[in-house]
Structures are given as C-alpha cells and as structure tokens.
Design a protein. Structure first.
Length: 177
C-alpha cells in the first residue's frame, strides 16, 4: 500500500509540474528566428530579413523607429542615420533585428571635366556602399551618360552629370567645346 501511495504521489506531482510547464517539454511552443539579429546599413540601402520558424502562421513586420527604417514583408529600407529596431511577430512569438544606420560616403573621380565634341570620360563612383548607382544628365543634347558612368560629349554647352546611390548623390560638371 505504501508503495502504491508513493507511486500515486509521484504521478500527481509530475502531472502538476507538467500542467504548469515546469518539468515537461511544451511541444506546442513555436520559435521564430531572423537571418540577422544585428546589422549595419547605410542610408538608402535595403536588406531582406528572412524568418525561420516552426509555424506556418503569417508573419507581421513592424519598425519601432519608422523615421529611421521602414519594413514591408521583411524588406527593410534605411531612411535616416540612427539605430532602428525591426520586429517580426508570428502568433505569440517575436524576433528582433537591431539596425545601425550610417551615412553613405560617396564621391566621383572628377568634379569638373572639359571635353571636345565627340570626347568621352569615365566617371567612377567611390563609395562605402554596395547599393547600385544610377546616372543622369541635365542636358542629353550636350552630354550623355551610360549606366556605367561613361560620359560622351555631343555638342557645345554645359551639362551636369549626377550619380545617385540610395539617398546620396554627387555631381560632375561637363563643359563641351
């Protein structure tokens, strides 16, 4: 009888502990993780945060500092210098990513170039960013610019070539004679 009583007490204690989640594994507990927990970005740069999860519930994204960084479906855009926190919520689970946003440093190899009609020059961007560069000219009839920064003088005049990378931009004055 005493042996049965001990066995009953053991089962009762184990059941109580399990009900309060103290001694048993909670097989229903889901976890959520992000591919980054800390990252450094530059203003204008984007990064894709990806969720790894034990659940198939929908993930809701939120920026706790939307003036610094915004997020949509895990795609983060760094808007201003500072420290932002992005959270992913799936059911009762939350994962966070802290983002340090710094200013992009960008320059061109030339700030002013004189060319003859038909001449060309290659403008090269020097930058600490990995974001792609886009190019434009203020006057296509005077000077054109390719997607790689090659400028071709077309007729006499002045054109301003602008290279943009994220929110940073630099210019070069092209004078054609």
């Amino acid at each position: 009888m005493r042996k049965n009583l001990r066995w009953f007490a053991f089962i009762l204690l184990a059941s109580v502990l399990c009900c309060f989640g103290i001694a048993c594994n909670d097989s229903d507990k889901k976890s959520i993780r992000l591919n980054y927990t800390n990252i450094t970005m530059e203003v204008g740069e984007t990064v894709l945060l990806k969720v790894t999860s034990d659940s198939n519930e929908t993930v809701e994204w939120q920026s706790l500092n939307s003036e610094l960084a915004i997020v949509s479906d895990g795609q983060v855009l760094a808007k201003n210098i500072g420290v932002a926190t992005i959270i992913a919520v799936q059911g009762d689970n939350v994962a966070r990513c802290t983002i340090v946003i710094k200013k992009s440093s960008m320059s061109l190899n030339y700030s002013h170039v004189n060319l003859s009609v038909g001449g060309y020059v290659w403008l090269k961007v020097e930058s600490n960013s990995t974001a792609s560069v886009s190019w434009k000219t203020s006057d296509f009839s005077v000077a054109s610019v390719s997607a790689n920064g090659w400028v071709t003088a077309k007729k006499s005049g002045t054109a301003i070539i602008t290279a943009t990378q994220g929110y940073a931009e630099v210019t070069c004055v092209i004078e054609v004679s």
